[in-house]
Ligand binder design. Structure first.
Ligand SMILES: [Fe+2]
Length: 401
């Protein structure tokens, strides 16, 4: 294979991974030791009612009860978590004099748990900490147990919380928010329904792709992102087709983890900027929103970074032919990704209930997103409007690229 070197990211760069990771079938049984390491005594479990109803949280509650720990459960997290949800959970935690947060679930529960930790002792609104490095210590430890292979939030320093007044997704980034411990157990993902497996899997893939194409990519995040793409490409459709396939689930969870470390040290970019606008304004699930926009943003970025997009396609095994030029291979990559997303049956933009009149406001919100300056190709609100319009019309992503 003759892949040209195409590193275009940050140099010099920083890289950090403050989270201790326990990975593999049965990793959930490491919880007692992890709690002991954190000197946890009074714990707030942050989760959602869907997860509670599966019974998945009960063994953790029993374990903690046997350890003589005080446990309070906040199970009112919803998709696209808001500042009110964080503030309500934090109030409960303060009342219970909580010293440790245990977040169990998808990205919404994990981000809410991080938000609670940020405000617990600061006694303020989570949105006061919007931006990078605004969170003030002390911040109690967060332990994270993801139940989807998608979010990566278990290893990032970011929480994304919806500002309901401004209908905007606020990014709160701080090294104090990185979970102390992440327990990644693929057995916890076996019962995830097909549609959620598909949409969260595309979220993980988007993390890998954006982590690899963002302007702040670096050689370490590149290595992780490429490995994540390979794992996800080889296992996503199998995990969707047969949720009980533990090997596919494990590979997906590993891919999601690697992608999380990658984008946590690089950034996300145009796809997440558009997806977060759609999530904040119209409460569209995050993974679905990413899936809608991924091919369009990649096609937009193709003229700027053809070699990077070629490498994405090669990592995903889209063709073994070596004689294509990067731009040609990049186009093939966009086509194949679009095909994959279509096969997964993820709803299109119009099916989310928005109208054409909503597109300019969405474009403006996407432009304001912290990830926009890190998009590989410069984009303004008008550029976003064109991408939203093409996604709305379900145009061929490569039509005008
Ligand atoms: Fe995401």
């Amino acid at each position: 294979m003759n892949v040209r070197s195409s590193f275009t990211g940050c140099s010099p760069f920083d890289f950090s991974l403050p989270t201790r990771i326990h990975f593999g079938a049965g990793a959930r049984h490491q919880l007692p030791g992890a709690l002991l390491d954190c000197q946890a005594r009074r714990i707030l479990v942050v989760t959602d009612k869907g997860i509670m109803n599966t019974g998945l949280v009960n063994p953790f509650l029993e374990q903690m009860s046997q350890l003589g720990l005080s446990v309070t459960v906040f199970d009112d997290v919803k998709a696209n978590p808001t500042e009110q949800t964080v503030n309500r959970a934090a109030m409960l935690a303060r009342h219970q004099e909580v010293d440790t947060v245990l977040a169990i679930g998808g990205g919404s529960s994990l981000d809410t748990g991080k938000g609670v930790a940020a405000v617990l002792l600061n006694n303020c609104n989570i949105l006061d900490f919007e931006g990078q490095d605004m969170v003030k210590p002390p911040v109690p430890p967060v332990l994270a147990i993801p139940t989807t292979a998608g979010t990566g939030s278990e290893v990032t320093s970011w929480a994304v919380i919806t500002d309901t007044k401004n209908r905007f997704k606020a990014g709160i980034g701080s090294r104090h928010l990185a979970p102390a411990v992440a327990l990644l157990d693929p057995e916890l993902t076996l019962s995830l329904p097909r549609s959620l497996t598909a949409s969260t899997g595309i979220d993980a893939l988007t993390h890998a792709i954006e982590g690899f194409t963002a302007r702040c990519a670096n050689p370490i995040s590149d290595a992780l992102a490429l490995q994540a793409m390979e794992l996800i490409a080889q296992n996503l459709e199998q995990a969707v087709a047969n949720g009980q396939d533990l090997q596919a689930r494990e590979a997906m969870l590993l891919g999601s983890l690697l992608a999380g470390i990658a984008f946590g040290n690089a950034d996300t970019a145009g796809v997440h900027s558009m997806a977060e606008a759609l999530g904040a304004m119209f409460d569209v699930p995050h993974g679905e929103a990413n899936a809608i926009f991924l091919p369009y943003v990649l096609a937009y970025n193709l003229p700027e970074i053809p070699e990077r997009i070629e490498r994405i396609g090669r990592a995903m095994g889209f063709s073994s032919r070596d004689d294509r030029a990067p731009a040609e291979y990049g186009s093939l990559t966009v086509q194949k990704l679009h095909g994959l997303i279509t096969r997964l049956g993820i709803p299109n933009l119009e099916a989310t209930g928005i109208t054409r009149q909503d597109l300019p406001a969405l474009a403006e919100k996407a432009f304001q997103n912290l990830g926009t300056p890190d998009n590989a190709r410069v984009i303004d609100a008008q550029g976003y409007l064109e991408l939203f319009t093409r996604a709305f019309d379900r145009s061929d992503p490569l039509q005008k690229a």
